[in-house]
Design a binder for this molecule. Structure first.
Ligand code: CP
Length: 290
């Protein structure tokens, strides 16, 4: 299949190439595809991924077909495959999809146009990981040897699962922390206060209540006190260490409101970088390389 479905299928060289291309686009490199049309199809809520893909498409001069899934024939029982096959028949040149089902793209193997995965269930969020990596690369100029702890609702997080795999491949030391009930052993566990003292990057995650089968065993106030990035914890981080979060974030739960915009926070820079990463992915694919 063409496009970008997950990062596991890409070599580390290809991932580094995409990050460098995104950095070049951020510095002002201009490329246009005025004859192309791309559809965005979001079956789950999204602010950043949906609209940064749209900004990326606009920056590339591509026409956008934004499919309103609440009014599409999906609600009459049409399958994902038939929706995508229809858009392909209409002549779109690629489709951005977010879906709640893990690995939904495996149903789309007969589709010839590129598919850009905007997040599938708990499994993959490739453009989020690329923008996280771009932000880390801009900050530190390298990956090898950096220590990152991902904190929070690991077991329900496609961001955590995608990042752990690629960060380890790039030579980073990756740990997880947070409530034991969210520990899926996808990386070594470290107590949060040890992580605060030792890490170069603390990556916080939102508690994904909408994916929980059972109620969290602690209150959000207890969560903030035990596992949240408080002002006190932020002040104990290493001088050059940074705070990241894929967002949306819940101020007062996994992060104190004032910490979200403190000088260690790169949260809004991550969002800015998301536009360039998505431009790089789409451009590379339309050029026949992805
Ligand atoms: N980070 C992220 O995927 O945010 P959205 O759900 O708003 O797209």
């Amino acid at each position: 299949m063409r496009g970008l479905l997950n990062l596991k299928d890409l070599s580390t060289d290809k991932i580094l190439e995409l990050i460098k291309y995104a950095e070049k686009l951020k510095k002002g490199f201009r490329i246009q595809y005025p004859d192309k049309k791309i559809a965005t199809v979001f079956f789950e809520n999204s602010t950043r991924t949906h609209y940064s893909f749209q900004c990326a498409l606009m920056n590339l001069g591509i026409k956008i077909i934004d499919v309103d899934t609440s009014h599409s024939s999906v609600n009459k029982g049409e399958s994902l495959y038939d929706t995508v096959r229809t858009l392909e028949a209409l002549g779109v040149d690629g489709i951005v999809i977010r879906h709640s089902k893990d690995d939904y793209y495996k149903e789309l193997e007969n589709i010839k146009i590129p598919i850009f995965n905007g997040g599938d269930g708990k499994a993959n969020h490739p453009t989020q990981s690329l923008l996280d990596l771009m932000t880390i690369h801009e900050e530190f100029g390298k990956f090898k040897g950096l220590k990152c702890c991902i904190v929070g609702d690991i077991s329900h997080s496609r961001v955590a699962h995608t990042n752990i795999e690629i960060m380890q491949r790039l030579g980073m030391e990756v740990y997880i922390s947070g409530p034991e009930e969210f520990n899926d052993n996808s990386a070594p566990y470290i107590p949060l206060d040890q992580a605060i003292d030792e890490m170069d990057i603390i990556m916080l995650l939102r508690v994904q209540f909408e994916r929980h089968q059972e109620k969290m065993s602690i209150t959000v106030e207890e969560y903030h006190q035990k596992y949240g990035m408080t002002v006190e914890r932020m002040k104990r981080m290493k001088e050059k260490a940074i705070i990241m979060h894929p967002a949306p974030f819940n101020r007062g739960v996994e992060i104190a409101g004032e910490v979200a915009e403190c000088e260690k926070s790169r949260i809004f820079e991550q969002m800015t970088n998301g536009v360039y990463v998505r431009m790089a992915v789409i451009s590379d694919s339309l050029d026949g390389n992805l």
